[in-house]
Design a protein. Structure first.
Lengths: 144, 141
């Protein structure tokens, strides 16, 4: 049983020489080689909230355990973005087609991952967001 | 305008039906579907203490733009990790973390949009051991 995440980062022209980064991480439990064995599976929501809503709720048992979060903004309008925060601290904005992949510590129960369709309006249409969590915490029921 | 793309391929058999996800993001400037990010910083650092340090300091200029940040822990020791957080440096020797995002163990990488939203948005990093851990990062904007 294994979960892998491979990044291919390329640019032919952002610098004088091409940029090519390829990196594969095997998702394991914290500090060991045992494979991460729990997942929410891939989820899809249609976001129209301009204020933060909880995407993944932190639990106390998750602290010191490994977790990896994948979020993608599936909108096609390049002006539409979602704002991703952790414990109300802004991480950044994902515009249409952009994604993030990051570890998630759940250092305390306030470390929720929240998203907002910050510039949504009734004329823009919903912003489809897909996300997935891989983790090792047996106490978490990560459906927010 | 430059074109920079980031493709993720996620593969998992943690669930009974295997998961396979592949998506490519193009690093456009904020709100543009045509204007690519055109600035890149690429750094490799060796950290030799347990001190929390400022990996990226907030700047108003960064906050006014759209950024992507890649961080890699190239260690082959899976017990070694970096704590990655957002916070502010309250002094030269005692930076304060506001919020930990997560831990990057040996072999792990992360890619996030970096909002640099305010003065509490420095990217902070803390090694788990003091024996010369290397961190690599790239910032696009």
């Amino acid at each position: 049983m294994a979960t892998t995440a491979t990044l291919t980062l390329t640019s032919a022209d952002i610098a004088g020489d091409p940029v090519n980064v390829s990196k594969t991480a095997t998702l394991t439990k914290a500090g060991g080689t045992s494979n991460m064995d729990q997942s929410t599976g891939l989820n899809r929501v249609h976001l129209r909230e301009t204020t933060n809503v909880v995407l993944l709720g932190a639990v106390a048992g998750g602290n010191d355990l490994a977790g990896k979060v994948y979020i993608i903004n599936k909108a096609t309008d390049p002006t539409l973005y979602i704002t991703v925060t952790i414990n109300a601290q802004i991480i950044g904005k994902l515009y249409a087609g952009q994604w993030l992949f990051m570890p998630w510590s759940q250092t305390d129960t306030a470390a929720d991952i929240e998203i907002a369709a910050t510039n949504w309006s009734s004329t823009t249409g919903d912003i489809p967001v897909e996300y997935c969590l891989f983790h090792e915490d047996t106490k978490i029921l990560p459906d927010a | 305008m430059p074109t920079t793309t980031a493709t993720i391929a996620l593969s998992s058999d943690a669930t009974d039906s295997a998961l396979s996800v592949s998506n490519t993001a193009t690093f456009f400037k904020a709100g543009s579907g045509t204007s690519g990010m055109d600035t890149m910083t690429s750094v490799s650092k060796v950290l030799e203490s347990l001190n929390q340090v400022d990996l990226l300091a907030y700047t108003a200029a960064a906050g006014a733009t759209h950024n992507f940040l890649y961080i890699n822990n190239p260690s082959t020791d899976v017990t070694e990790y970096f704590r990655i957080g957002l916070g502010t440096a309250s002094g030269s020797t005692s930076p304060q973390e506001t919020e930990e995002i997560g831990r990057l163990y040996g072999g792990d990488w992360m890619l996030i949009p970096y909002g640099a939203a305010d003065a509490n948005s420095d990217v902070m990093i803390t090694p788990s051991v003091a024996t010369a851990m290397t961190v690599e990062y790239m910032l696009f904007n």
